[in-house]
Design a protein around this ligand. Sequence first.
Ligand code: WTA
Length: 649
Amino acid sequence: MASIESVMQEGRRFRPPESFRARAKLKDAADYERLYRQSLDDPEGFWGAVANELHWFKPWERVLEWEEPFVKWFVGGQTNLSYNCLDLQVERGRGDKKAILWEGEPGDTRTYTYRELLAEVSKLANTLKGLGVGKGDKVAIYLPMIPQAVIAMLACARIGAVHSVVFGGFSSAALADRVNDARAKVIITADGGYRRGSVFALKPLVDEALERCESVEHVIVVRRGENDVQMQPGRDRWYHELIESASDVCPAEPMDAEDPLFILYTSGSTGKPKGVLHTTGGYQTYTYLTVKYIFDLRDDDLYWCPADVGWITGHSYIVYGPLLNGVTQLMYEGVPTHPAPDRHWEMVARYGVTIYYYAPTAIRAFMKAGEEYPKKHDLSSLRLLGTVGEPINPEAWMWYHRVIGGERCPIVDTWWQTETGGIMITTLPGVHDTKPGSAGKPFFGVDAAVMDLEGNEQEAGSGGYLVIKRPWPSMLRTVYGDDDRYRAQYWSEIPHVYFAGDGARRDDEGYFWIMGRVDDVVNVSGHRLGTAEIESALVSHPAVAEAAVVGRPDEVKGQAIVAFVTLEGKREGSEALYQELRAHVTKEIGAIARPDDIRFADALPKTRSGKIMRRLLRNIAAGEEASGDISTLEDKGVVEKLLRPGVSR
Ligand code: WTA
């Protein structure tokens, strides 16, 4: 926890630069206070007015219905996200404005105006309809970062199909679990995509997954990697062949405000990943407003969020939020370090990117690569920077501010989650001073607090659990197919508040300092993973008897994965077994979950009641002294053995 201590002692602060403030949408603390007050005192009035900035087929009857833990927003209203992202923008005169400037890793490019994007989306929407996909049907999307990923999501939204995007780095087993949980009828995938200079295959993984997915009737395959794939007649079709004959006109389906928009799987502290369900009207209203104010959009901005659409950041801040605001954005297929560590900076300079929003883990990696890489390029087009997904340490923040932002760009450190749908805590770039390491203040409508487990609000300066005291428009509606888990996970830890699963502290100016997860979730390079998932992947290997996975602080990744395993029978740990287990986890989940370290142990430290003492393992993994009470430890010898050199692989 050393890094958290240093964050809490951070005293630096930065005012929004005058040049930025002069043109900002919101400039004064009073603007923020007034709107924030209004959003809490009169949520109906506040959110009703925001929602009305978008198009509705039918007005709502009530803005909000709250019956803990279930919420409905814009009850009775009908709208369509795809309409608001595309048709509405064309109606507002943005038909010829560029929506997406896309660049592949090899350097090939494509651009889409709003009008062209509307046509492409309509073609795919008609194609899906032709395959029998309708309102409420589930469509899995397993694609690289190519324009078709955005097109596929919008095509689903257009006809009322519910998309479930599965990150292209997940394994076939992880894909199969997600497809089966949602009972997806169609999968949209690609032959492969580019990553680090070569093609990674996707379609063969789909074939493997489909050996255990019965719900899937059709597979649509985008040609991208040109790698060899097998097409199963009757089931698999090429995207380009299908859309060739499709009409480019497809009226958007009027959707009820509470109709499901998408399911996105994310990790919790127990069991399998859960399907976070988001719906239509509230999600669109909230993501629209967050982009408008937090990125302080102007019509001539070039916005870039290099995340992947497989994560919530891609859903809300590549696809829906930016398009709802009619922005031009850059989209890039590959890794930031290919062919050299300055790929992003070279692109920022070449395209003239004005807003750049990415993960702290990447910033730390850029920092490590050296400032000579960004220094080679003219980054003066940038006017605003953002971070998302994990805490940013003050050193990385300062580097970002100085080297990338030229000390001229405000940084928004945005705290939120898959479940929250949109950014919840952040500074507003023209309004608030920033403090390196603090996410800032609650966004409009967000009633955030720090509590103890009894529900008492903590005084300024004291740590506790981050909670949200009332529903907001883009809140998850449930865990797909499991209302009980939804209630238990989010609305039961502390009575009557949304439990985020993060530790936090609020300072005397009301700024939040996020201290990381309080449950068994690790954040590795900005990827959220459940230790339970990795443990169950490990024990599914025949050599493993028991496994306990913990996070260890890591300079670049934030956290690294350390697994403690005991082996079956007389098996001994070895380098070969270490490699085999890493490969096994990659196969079960994906390379993002591959342990960085595996320690073979005789036994795991347990309490007398048989619970694995994770806190102790976290200490051991970090090379620290055991903190706290270990008197309940059943066999003290276990710990001594774990501390002895040689227990590692
Ligand atoms: C962490 C990503 C500190 C946090 C959008 C949260 C952060 C989890 C921040 C959600 C931030 C996200 N500062 N921690 N600015 N943003 N987190 O669902 O632990 O992938 O609970 O959503 O990431 O991860 P998820």
